[in-house]
Design a protein around this ligand. Structure first.
Ligand code: HEM
Length: 387
């Protein structure tokens, strides 16, 4: 079979002079939705984007599986995380063969057994909800800040500094990509202060106590905090909004399915990026070394070839298992989200503590920035419990 060039792949409409860059920056969801539709119409599972360098986005389970398991070919060094100082470091940018060893050192601290030891502390840190109308997005933001401070630092990190550190992440591009050496230096100094207490004293079993003794442990703490905050906030805010709209699902036995459904439709990590370390023959198309290779939990979660009634919010669908490599809100394989169990624990505990709610008004339109989240506000109100 003759090998075709990348340029023969379907692509969404381009704009003169800048290819897809403008739409990528201003409205990427319609852009990738159109690319996926054209790929399907052409009977292929990848489409291309012109982002200043060759880029290819996959739309099927086979592509997701390749990106997430062939770690020699699909490399994180040189991925889009590289341009965001918050995410440019630690395990996020490390690659095979070193990556697995690094994760092996970190995974136990973020595993279920260790998290159980922190749960009483994180539950105690959870703020109450206002008695009247409130914005679930703003509330989730503050709640997650406190929960992460409790889990990582037993609540000892300067709360104002933690807020100042994480606030730029929520702003549109290019704000999160701007280097902030002074702010990062203050955060690192605070991390060193708290790490010192953990390395020299006894009695700390929080996440910093796990990370501090590891090589590069303080950088891992800083980078993973940045990966943790907006993702967890957005997932929690959407979950609260849907529970307020569909109160029949607001019961502890349904919360796991609600969270899964929220993450299918609105995965905060909407696009994962890698760089190709070699030329790759993908179903007869030559994808060149150095190309950007993207997989999208957002596209996969809404793929009509993979899901029945994909646009419908239906936690009931989770009575059955999803198709393999179709549901990737936490990525997959060796690079599976380090904080998956932590995020699930924090969100489930928060939902479990919420009173009955009703949705008042809001704008849940997904806005893709560094992470995908609701435009907001999402105004909800506690309702009196039924007698
Ligand atoms: C609902 C909340 C969260 C979502 C949806 C989420 C999503 C993801 C996704 C999709 C990836 C894979 C990215 C890729 O393949 O390029 C990832 C990786 C990662 N996440 Fe999360 N995340 C969440 C919460 C957290 C938390 C709480 C932490 C705190 C530890 C965290 C730390 C990380 C790290 C360090 C990685 C990189 C792992 C590696 O490359 O080995 N995340 N996350």
């Amino acid at each position: 079979m003759a090998i075709r060039a990348l340029s023969t792949l379907p692509e969404p409409p381009t704009r003169p002079g800048n290819g897809h860059l403008q739409d990528w920056a201003l409205s990427p969801l319609p852009l990738i939705g159109e690319g996926a539709a054209r790929a399907r119409a052409a009977g292929v599972d990848v489409f291309r984007l012109r982002l200043g360098l060759p880029a290819v986005v996959g739309v099927g389970a086979a592509w997701n599986r390749a990106v997430l398991t062939d770690l020699g070919t699909f490399r994180s060094a040189g991925s889009l995380s590289r341009i965001v100082p918050y995410l440019s470091g630690g395990v996020i940018l490390s690659d095979a063969p070193g990556h697995a060893g690094r994760r092996a050192l970190m995974n136990p601290g973020f595993g279920r057994a260790h998290l159980l030891a922190l749960q009483a502390r994180t539950r105690a840190a959870l703020p109450g909800v206002p008695g009247g109308e409130f914005d679930a997005l703003a509330w989730a933001d503050g709640a997650v800040l406190r929960l992460l401070n409790a889990a990582y630092f037993s609540g000892e990190f300067d709360a104002g500094l933690l807020h100042a550190f994480l606030a730029p992440l929520r702003r549109p591009f290019p704000v999160p990509a701007i280097p902030r050496p002074l702010l990062f230096a203050r955060v690192d100094a605070e991390l060193r202060r708290l790490a010192h207490a953990r390395l020299t004293g006894r009695g700390h079993d929080d996440l910093l106590a796990v990370l501090a003794p590891l090589p590069g442990g303080l950088e891992e703490a800083r980078v993973s905090l940045a990966a943790a905050h907006d993702t967890t906030t957005h997932a929690l805010a959407y979950a609260i909004w849907f529970l307020a709209q569909h109160p029949q699902w607001h019961a502890p036995e349904h919360h796991a399915a609600v969270l899964k459904e929220v993450l299918r439709l609105f995965p905060p990590g909407w696009m994962g990026s890698r760089r190709l370390s070699r030329d790759l023959n993908w179903n007869g198309v030559r994808l060149p070394r150095g190309a950007l290779a993207l997989y999208s939990p957002y596209l996969s979660g809404r793929d009509p070839a993979l899901w029945d009634r994909p646009a419908e919010f239906d936690p009931g669908r989770w009575a059955a298992r999803p198709p393999a490599w179709a549901y990737l809100p936490f990525g997959g394989g060796e690079r599976l989200c380090l904080g998956m169990h932590l995020a699930q624990m924090l969100i489930h505990d928060t939902l479990g503590a919420l009173p009955p709610l009703r949705a008042v008004r809001g704008d849940p339109t997904p806005l893709p920035g560094l992470t995908l989240g609701p435009r907001g506000p999402l105004m909800v109100q506690p309702t009196p419990a039924s007698p």
